[in-house]
Ligand binder design. Structure first.
Ligand code: KG4
Ligand code: ZN
Length: 336
């Protein structure tokens, strides 16, 4: 079964064709990063307009890349939640029009489930049940994947997402948006023990995450240093990046570690934009090794937003009977 996936929840317009949920035949991403970089973050209205402009070409590119026409595909899978509401509506409306005009099934896909499915493409042998850790610009969640379409949330962030904390820390250090990847590189050059940031914890929920304290702490540190006349450059800048990254990685790992400490035995599956972080990958790999569980990590190309992951999850949703009506709505929130 060949599924065309469409993704437009934030600042990437993406389309892809995936066969039987596991084999990507094509994948096209039009990134809006350059447009939003001017403002230091995603401007929702500009994102919606840019998706509208890019969708036709991106979908055509994905079909041509797979050597297919719209008539050849079996279904259209589209992200319906969560994300920027205007951005989601552009992709959803396009997918509805395409599905209706070609008489194809429309499959609604939750963006977080899509991120997890990136691993079905990267690791053909991976099957539920497993524990998924989703770390992205908008989300940080620990989820038990009991089956392809049966997921139970174990822990979530109570405030900011991991990626948001990376982006805000990068911004205060003067790195261009989105700063996650630049922070990763800068942190490799610095001394992580120079500044001590508190690891975020939520007292009444051991698997939940919190990043807002860490975000505020790094911003306050930089402002204080600047007020003292320090120039945030060179080794000082790298040491702040390294110290922040160590605390952010420890914050992500804390909930995961508690879960395995409490006896969890299932494999650990990483996903989301922040899954590209080399320091996090290293820390999770030694954590998994310590508890004797297998760790699945997607390739860098499937960490950030893409449509292969939406088409992959769309396949499993379709097998379980999920079909969207033409009045399907988009939802900004997680719980949709
Ligand atoms: O999954 P994604 O593309 O979008 C959402 O669904 O939110 O994640 C984007 C996030 C951004 O915050 C970006 O800075 C972050 O992933 N990111 C990284 C790295 N590469 C991307 N964060 C830390 N280290 C990286 N290497
Ligand atoms: Zn995402």
């Amino acid at each position: 079964m060949r599924i065309l996936g469409i993704e437009s929840s934030c600042d990437e317009t993406a389309a892809a064709v995936v066969e039987d949920g596991r084999k990507a035949l094509s994948g096209v991403v039009a990134s809006q990063v350059d447009v939003h970089a001017l403002y230091g973050g995603v401007v929702p209205e500009i994102a919606s307009r840019a998706h509208t402009e890019a969708l036709c070409g991106v979908v055509r590119g994905a079909l041509e890349g797979a050597g297919l026409t719209a008539a050849d595909i079996d279904a259209v899978a589209v992200t319906y939640a969560p994300g920027l509401i205007g951005a989601l509506l552009t992709g959803l409306s396009f997918a509805k029009g395409l599905a209706y005009s070609y008489g194809k099934v429309l499959v609604p896909v939750h963006h977080i489930r899509g991120h997890i499915a990136a691993n079905y493409l990267a690791s053909p042998e991976l099957e539920p049940p497993f524990i998924a850790l989703v770390v992205s610009g908008g989300h940080t969640s620990l989820i038990k994947v009991e089956d392809y379409t049966k997921l139970t949330t174990i822990g979530v962030t109570r405030d900011d997402a991991a990626g948001e904390a990376f982006d805000k820390a990068a911004r205060v250090l003067g790195l261009p948006y989105p700063g996650g990847a630049a922070m990763d590189r800068l942190a490799s050059e610095g001394d992580k023990n120079r500044f001590r940031f508190t690891v975020g914890r939520v007292h009444d929920a051991e698997y939940d995450f919190s990043f807002s304290g860490l975000k505020t702490a790094v911003i306050n540190l930089v402002h204080t240093l600047k007020a003292r006349g320090e120039v945030i450059e060179g080794a000082l800048k790298a040491d702040i990046a390294a110290s922040f990254t160590a605390a952010a990685v420890a914050t992500v790992c804390r909930g995961v570690e508690r879960l395995y400490e409490n006896g969890e035995k299932l494999p650990l599956v990483l996903s989301g934009g922040v899954a590209a972080n080399s320091h996090l990958r290293k820390a999770l790999s030694s954590l998994a090794e310590g508890y004797g569980v297998k760790l699945y990590v997607p390739p860098l190309s499937l960490c950030g937003d893409n449509a292969q992951m939406i088409a992959s999850q769309g396949y499993f949703e379709l097998l379980s009977g999920a079909k969207a009506p033409l009045w399907q709505n988009a939802y900004a929130c997680m719980e949709a």
